[in-house]
Design a protein around this ligand. Structure first.
Ligand SMILES: [Cu+2]
Length: 256
């Protein structure tokens, strides 16, 4: 899928779990439409039926049957079913049951900052190098400690997030400064990035393509330009991109 143009409804869904979220969003919207029409009709009928008119005084008592009470109880029951039967199980599956690192195809870190997304890949050794806040500077936005052997093959990018299709991705989310919100619209992923906390997320893509990474939390004056690029690759193109990034990193090491 290339060059997605968002339509009037939800963006395309290229995730394995997104249909559950879309189902709830659609169901709640239809439910709200029914409620809106129902209450609007009720209001119009009450206004006309109980109004003051020649020969009649306005009737402030209104409806005396118990029908509206039963309807309100019905609405409350439907809302409980939505929450307990649908929303909580969907949430639990996605947020509480996070797969272990050896069950996923890729482990990656994402760190928000004013106003960019930094990504940190552990490289072929599968180990993230040490990072330290005092090492953060313009050329090293994640504060990667180059004296740590595990850091030697690590890849870091700014606003470029690649991952392979058809494999689970485990992402550790954090923030360097203020609260941001990591938003992958087409993956149906949105999670606050909170300084001092590392929040695990997981997802799996069903299609390749180029999409956007947004920040869904007003995080400062530059919030509007806090935008990254997400590329869902085939396994081969992901490996090629990793190799390219590694070459770029070693070139930069030699150069500077
Ligand atoms: Cu932000």
């Amino acid at each position: 899928m290339e060059n997605v143009i968002y339509g009037w409804w939800l963006p395309p869904d290229v995730s394995t779990h997104g249909h559950q979220i879309d189902f709830i969003i659609n169901l709640v919207h239809w439910f709200m439409l029914v409620l809106f029409v129902g209450w609007s009709v009720f209001l119009a009928v009450a206004l006309v039926k109980f109004r003051a008119r020649p020969g009649h005084k306005a009737n402030p008592t209104g409806v005396t049957s118990h029908l509206s009470t039963y309807m309100e109880v019905g609405v409350a029951v439907a809302e409980v079913v939505l929450l307990v039967g649908l929303a909580i199980p969907t949430w639990a599956e996605q947020k509480a049951a996070v797969p272990a690192e050896d069950e996923v195809g890729l482990v990656v870190r994402a760190v928000g900052e004013q106003f960019a997304w930094n990504f940190h890949y552990p490289g072929p050794d599968g180990k993230f190098g040490r990072t330290a806040i005092e090492l953060v500077d313009g050329g090293n936005p994640l504060g990667l400690d180059s004296s740590d052997p595990a850091a030697a093959d690590d890849i870091t990018t700014i606003n470029q997030f690649h991952f392979p299709v058809g494999e689970k991705v485990l992402l550790y989310l954090s923030s360097k400064d203020v609260i941001h919100s990591f938003f992958l619209p087409v993956m149906r992923v949105k999670q606050d990035a909170i300084p001092g906390m590392t929040v695990p997320l997981w997802f799996e893509a069903t299609e390749t393509g180029s999409f956007e990474v947004g920040c869904a939390q007003l995080c400062g004056l530059g919030h509007y330009r806090m935008k990254g690029y997400m590329t869902i690759d085939t396994a081969e193109s992901f490996a090629a991109w990793m190799k390219e990034q590694a070459e770029l990193a070693s070139f930069e090491d030699d150069y500077y």
